[in-house]
Design a protein around this ligand. Structure first.
Ligand code: AMP
Ligand code: ZN
Ligand code: FE
Ligand code: FE
Length: 267
């Protein structure tokens, strides 16, 4: 299903393949009216995206996707309408970016032990100033070196959450993320809840609500129809708003994320 709203896009400021300007053009082609860039742990591309979208006649709001933790499980919290210049938000994202950089050599070591050789420099060169490095950048380097065909294979064989070359990254307790998003003037939304929790997310949702959650990304491209309906119903029951997002990253054969404007369910 296609939507005119897409509030979950990634750019080269995290692990997407498009610049903010390229994304804005693709959004226009997809007839998007309202969009948000939501890079992992970075707001550095937001100004450029809002400006480019505005020039093309679209509305755009600021966004960020924060890597959080709930009882040892990684969950993602989206922050919308945050002030991208907020000092506290930028201090934290700067810290997270530095820690993501320190994680790269740990994964390189593990890959080396598996007989795959990638250089930190080559991974570093894939990151734009202000961007946050992630596993997909390591995957891209494994592709370039011919060890795997694509990002999917890299995750499936080596760097997925249970993979032999996985290294943990710093995760923010969800209550801290929600509080910071609010302090930055934004709204906090639980990203793609169905991916990890299927149709069993209510217990965690209640805790997120107690911490101040505002919305749920029920209409996520890769949710099943049942998951979309389940989270939309929970949102209605608990008085939260719902959002739709594709999680567009751009690489060819990216079956894990949607195309621009793609979403599950009717919103
Ligand atoms: P990181 O934040 O560095 O741990 O990287 C996790 C990110 O990698 C996720 O947010 C996804 O965007 C991306 N990702 C996870 N699994 C896959 C996959 N199988 N193929 C492509 N990208 C993936
Ligand atoms: Zn990503
Ligand atoms: Fe996510
Ligand atoms: Fe995402």
């Amino acid at each position: 299903m296609k939507s005119r709203i897409d509030l979950h896009l990634h750019s080269v400021f995290s692990d997407g393949k498009c610049t903010p300007e390229e994304l804005a053009v693709l959004c226009q082609k997809a007839e998007i009216r309202l969009a948000a860039l939501a890079d992992h742990d970075s707001v550095s591309g937001v100004k450029r995206f809002k400006e480019a979208a505005g020039k093309l006649g679209m509305s755009a709001i600021s966004g960020i996707e924060m890597s959080c933790v709930a009882d040892g499980t990684e969950i993602h919290i989206l922050g919308y309408c945050v002030d991208e210049d907020n000092a506290e938000l930028n201090a934290l994202t700067d810290e997270l970016k530095r820690e993501r950089e320190l994680r790269v050599p740990k994964m390189i070591e593990k890959l080396r032990a598996l007989g795959m050789y990638v250089e930190e420099e080559d991974i570093r060169s894939r990151i734009i100033e202000g961007g946050s490095v992630g596993r997909p950048h390591i995957a891209d380097e494994l592709v370039r070196k011919g060890y795997v065909r694509d990002r999917a294979e890299a995750f499936a064989k080596y760097i997925g959450d249970d993979g032999p070359a996985y290294a943990e990254k710093r995760l923010i307790p969800f209550a801290e993320a929600i509080e910071l998003i609010h302090k930055s003037g934004g709204f906090a939304v639980w990203a793609h809840p169905g991916l990890k929790f299927g149709t069993k997310g209510e217990t965690l949702l209640k805790r997120l609500i107690a911490a101040g959650l505002d919305g749920v990304e029920a209409y996520y491209a890769k949710h099943s129809p049942e998951e979309a309906a389940y989270y939309a119903a929970l949102a209605a029951r608990y008085g939260l708003f719902t959002t739709c997002g594709s999680d567009f990253h751009k690489p060819e054969n990216d079956t894990r994320h949607g195309g621009i404007g793609e979403r599950q369910g009717v919103c």
